[in-house]
Design a protein around this ligand. Structure first.
Ligand SMILES: Nc1nc2c(c(=O)[nH]1)N[C@H]1C(S)=C(S)[C@@H](COP(=O)(O)O)O[C@H]1N2
Ligand SMILES: [Mo]
Length: 505
């Protein structure tokens, strides 16, 4: 048996790790980027058990990179777990001189581990085939030992094994990607309860009212930010979807997706902003949301909450608690900008709660529990205080020189239910202020007024002084309150302060 690849410890480990990588890729090929991918539950456990400081650091400074690192760690851990088990099977086969043990052991181990982690029996076969194939090939290559075949040298057998494993991994990854719904555009909304004319008219108004300025989002965002506690989103099916109203109610109620779509819907503009946004950051966007008022659903159950507070629960394990008063203004949303809700934004159904920080806008909403006393949700357990009203903000996202020699500045302003009455710009570091031009407001959900919870765009042009100066932006709410100049970090209550930018001429 001398000089067999599978006889040396190094060779066993190499084959174990190569087969492990093929196994992880095989699982991905079978499931795509969904919660049944073998690394997904591990990634969820990581995100749930990670200390609050790390989660806070990741959301504030790394953005989605934090989630990618988390996912990479989960994939690496899965790979090591597979690798260790397969190496042990190979080793045991050699020790007992049993030719079947390496492949059978690999099959049983990868299947059992995957089935236990993902709780699926058939999809758990995904890792088995490629992992067993790599081990079997390594055994077959070893059989050529001593012949004149090109793979007779040990080094070549090792390289061939790794090569086959890499090939299997590449195939697995590309198959998995094809089966994933990432980047897919959501299909158009087609629900009984929706007034499609009203929907289209509102989208047209949003387009008409948006400034034609490059580099700032139109009034309906083209690229809506995403914040998730996990990097792999739930992929629920509408047919199986139910929304339950539980807890302090007269009678618990359950609504199916069809039932929700049959109820009379509202089309409502709302801006979402994450409490972990930066000053002048990008975690703020606006959409036209379509769905059923939450209050109507809860009324059917007969609310009896002692604390007038509610806990929203979601399919990804997310939870958030906040006052009934804010909840009662909210909508159980299944449409976004005239299309079905995309998976990344909470398909099939999410909550949209006007005026409060993004975190209460629960995606993949499954349960509304009325409480008798307050509790902490996912982010509150990690030190954030982000369930209340948003802080006012005015961003500066664009500056260009116009043909007439003026400099044009532009951005957005948003203050939740406090409303934006004006944006003021200073080009002398805050000594004197001028009023910027605001985009016409988006229309209200019902009636002729302005949307109660939507941002405005602003623009301002001035003659540059030819020497260095600082431009500063601030907004004023409907009651005449000027946004505070005091700068705070995002954690724990959200960023505040005036945005400024220096120019050399
Ligand atoms: N189920 C669930 N809902 C969620 C989250 C989440 O991770 N899981 N993130 C929340 C946070 S912190 C924000 S800011 C908003 C972001 O919504 P978006 O991803 O659609 O922009 O969703 C909220 N709802
Ligand atoms: Mo958030």
């Amino acid at each position: 048996m001398k000089d067999a690849l599978l006889d040396s410890r190094g060779g066993q480990l190499l084959v174990g790790l190569a087969a492990g990588a093929a196994g992880v890729a095989g699982s991905y090929a079978a499931t795509g980027y969904t919660p049944t991918f073998v690394a997904s539950p591990i990634e969820r456990t990581l995100s749930r058990t990670m200390p609050g400081e790390i989660v806070t650091f990741a959301i504030t400074y790394l953005g989605s990179l934090g989630q990618q690192l988390n996912l990479a760690t989960a994939v690496a851990l899965t790979w090591l777990l597979f690798g260790a088990g397969i190496t042990a099977a190979v080793l045991a086969g050699r020790e007992t001189n049993n030719r079947l043990l390496p492949t059978v052991g690999t099959a049983v181990f990868t299947w059992l581990v995957t089935a236990a982690i993902t709780r699926t029996l058939v999809l758990a076969l995904g890792p088995v085939v490629p992992a067993v194939a790599v081990v079997a090939l390594a055994q077959a290559f070893d059989a050529y030992r001593g012949s004149t075949d090109p793979i007779s040298s040990k080094r070549r057998r090792a390289l061939s094994t790794v090569g086959v494993a890499l090939g299997a991994t590449a195939v697995g990854v590309s198959v998995g990607q094809r089966g994933s719904s990432m980047g897919e555009k959501a299909p158009p909304l087609d629900a009984e309860g929706v007034d499609n004319e009203d929907l289209q008219a509102k989208l047209d108004t949003a387009e008409r009212n948006s400034f034609d300025i490059d580099g700032i989002e139109p009034l309906v965002s083209e690229n809506f930010f995403e914040v998730d506690i996990n990097s792999i989103d739930p992929n629920a099916k509408a047919e199986d979807y139910t929304l339950s109203i539980t807890g302090a109610v007269e009678s618990e109620e359950t609504f199916s997706y069809d039932e929700l779509q049959e109820m009379e819907a509202v089309n409502q503009f709302s801006t979402l902003r994450c409490v972990g946004d930066q000053l002048n950051g990008d975690k703020i966007d606006t959409a036209l949301w379509t769905g059923v008022p939450l209050q109507r659903l809860v009324e059917e159950a007969g609310p009896q909450s002692d604390c007038d507070c509610v806990l929203l629960k979601a399919k990804d394990g997310y939870e958030v608690e906040f006052p009934m008063e804010a909840f009662n203004r909210g909508v159980a949303v299944y449409g976004m900008n005239g299309n079905l809700l995309p998976r990344g934004h909470g398909y099939p159904v999410r909550a949209v709660i006007p005026g409060h920080w993004g975190e209460v806008n629960t995606k993949w909403l499954t349960e509304i529990e009325l409480l008798n006393r307050e509790v902490d949700g996912y982010w509150e357990q990690r030190g954030w205080e982000g369930t209340g009203p948003v802080k006012p903000t005015a961003t500066l996202k664009h500056d260009t020189m116009l043909d007439d020699g003026q400099r044009q500045l532009a951005g957005h302003a948003y203050a939740g239910l406090r409303g934006v009455s004006k944006v003021e710009v200073s080009t002398d570091g805050g000594s004197s202020w001028s009023e910027a031009t605001l985009s016409d407001p988006l229309p209200a959900a019902e009636g002729d007024g302005p949307a109660e919870d939507a941002w405005r765009q602003w623009q301002y042009s001035y003659d540059p002084p030819g020497s260095s100066h600082t431009a500063v932006v601030r907004m004023v709410d409907r009651d005449g309150n000027v946004q505070t100049s005091e700068e705070t970090d995002p954690a724990p209550t959200g960023p505040s302060g005036w945005v400024s930018k220096e120019f050399n001429s």
